[in-house]
Design a protein around this ligand. Sequence first.
Ligand code: DC
Length: 230
Amino acid sequence: MGCRKLTVAIDGPAGAGKSTVAREVARALGYLYVDSGAMYRAVALRCLLDGIDVRDEVAVSRAAAAADVRLVDGAAGVRVLLDGEDVTAAIRRADVGEAVPHVAKHPAVREALVRLQRQMSAGGGVVMDGRDIGTVVLPEADVKVFLTASPEERARRRYRELVARGDRVTYGEVLEAIQRRDRVDSSREHSPLVKAEDAVEIDTTGRSVGQVVDEILALCARKGGTVCST
Ligand code: DC
């Protein structure tokens, strides 16, 4: 019997645990994990490298249309390629984090990346995380999840990640950055962060990654999704 390859959309605010959870769900099902935020980050990095003002809609849109952004699934996980160069680490820099919400506001940037995201999910077998996956990118997704967590919990997680990486930040700074990003992401005119009507909301505050992953796998099983090992 062939396996049924679903499309799984996971949305939510920064630090809700989307990428960790999405990666684990993809691994469990043998699906491709598509980190849509990484694609916006790659365009933001292109702008920083080329000295483009992220508020300059025309210049940013031109850069997004010209940029060759790819996600490549390899032994070391998914790598992000920008114009042929591996930028997996560079897109996590703090300056990219500051620039990316402004880049993601421009409709032409969104159109270019949404087109790519749809191409990647054609045929199913994809877990995609982001802000607008269940609402705009894949409105027909088989399973839609909206992950949340309190701002304090999200800041704690991000703070631990940054400190483990050797960044010198305070918890207060991280909390403030998260709240600032939430405001920009939720209030932008194009594709703001909202829960799709038919998404299942899961609050991850105080819950383990394994518990949340199991809950999503149960939703997939209910849709007839099965492990696709080949
Ligand atoms: O998930 P992340 O922190 O890597 O996302 C980076 C930025 O990109 C964040 O400001 C929200 C934006 N984004 C978006 O607008 N739409 C998506 N589908 C994914 C991310």
